[in-house]
Design a binder for this molecule. Structure first.
Ligand code: SF4
Length: 333
């Protein structure tokens, strides 16, 4: 087989995104000389992969590092360690110029559709901007047609291209954000709490739109949320994060029916169940997430875990398999 065909075959089999041992430590600086006096261990050795057309849900409380993971895999912020592979190619150290073709393939949708859209730009120009930057479609004619198609794909009318962001509802603004993310035919979209700022009644509409687009285009999503109920609907697999580390990783059904980590159990107990007979035992986690500046030693969760033992305060539990594709970081499993 010629070398180019071998490479193409490898690329077809490779995950859209493969992350290994990803770390992001933010230095804390002080004084006139800005000396480093410590670090915020925002992401501390995170590994996962996402296949084409798949959604990986990344869940955890606010401050657990999930947003930093999303931005680091896109190299919007630079990793401290680990590697990021896009369709098998290591992009961790690529220069900005060499990174450009990969940037086209990986887009982001932010949480707040009110602040993520430029209020002075017309909606059509916002959606067409990535095409302009990457030289796609002639100004006016062809690009305007492409933008109009994108508006229709996300459930907006092409006539609305002339409107400004303030003339749209929250749900419609998030549709504009999604259309902008789709403009360059991405293989992966990092969706960072994309429905958290929306009314509950609108959340399902936006999630259903994202699922339709995935079915039509084979787009993969890294879907970041603090809310397991939201993630349940859209995800194929789910990674649960706590203080910079993944503590449990499983397909959706396994995670919801047979959670193994005490933190996942606690998060799940807060998710409403439609059938009262299936009511889950309430296991609320006490207290707040500790500071990522000085994370507790051993298992980071030991300060809030009802099952913590002496060993948990000293030894870091490895993320190990407990079933097919099911990984858990807990000494008791
Ligand atoms: Fe709880 Fe120990 Fe398991 Fe951590 S390792 S989740 S503290 S039982």
């Amino acid at each position: 087989m010629p070398m180019t065909e071998i490479r193409n075959a490898q690329a077809a089999a490779a995950p859209v995104l493969q992350v290994d041992g990803l770390k992001k430590h933010f230095p804390i600086r002080k004084g006139l000389l800005r000396r480093t006096i410590g670090n915020v261990f925002a992401v501390d050795g995170v590994s996962f992969s996402i296949q084409p057309g798949e959604t990986l849900g990344l869940v955890g409380e606010s401050g657990c590092g999930k947003t930093t993971v999303g931005r680091t895999v896109l190299r919007l912020i630079e990793p401290t360690g680990g590697s990021i592979r896009v369709r098998g190619e290591d992009i961790t150290q690529l220069s900005r110029k060499a990174l450009r073709p990969y940037r086209r393939e990986m887009q982001i949708v932010f949480q707040d559709p009110f602040s993520s859209l430029n209020p002075r730009m017309r909606a059509g120009d916002i959606v067409g901007e990535p095409m302009k930057i990457h030289g796609i479609g002639a100004e006016g004619g062809e690009r305007a047609r492409l933008v109009a198609r994108l508006f229709e794909r996300v459930g907006l009318r092409p006539q609305q291209m002339r409107n400004f962001p303030h003339e749209f509802s929250g749900g419609q603004r998030q549709r504009i954000s999604i259309a902008r993310a789709l403009a360059l035919n991405p293989k992966l979209i990092v969706a960072d709490e994309p429905v958290s700022a929306l009314d509950v009644s609108i959340q399902a509409q936006v999630i259903n739109l994202m699922m339709d687009l995935q079915r039509e285009e084979g787009i993969a999503y890294l879907f970041i949320s603090h809310n397991l109920a939201v993630v349940e609907h859209i995800s194929h697999r789910i990674a649960v994060m706590y203080l910079g580390r993944i503590v449990e990783y499983a397909d959706k059904v396994t995670l919801f029916t047979r959670p193994q980590h005490p933190y996942t159990e606690a998060l799940l107990s807060a998710v409403p169940v439609p059938d009262p007979l299936l009511k889950r035992e309430k296991r609320m986690v006490e207290g707040d997430v500790p500071s990522p500046v000085r994370p507790p030693p051993g298992c980071h969760f030991h300060t809030r875990c009802p099952y913590a033992q002496d060993r948990c305060r000293i030894e870091t539990p490895a993320l190990k398999p407990v079933g097919e594709g099911h990984l858990v970081a807990c000494h008791l499993r």
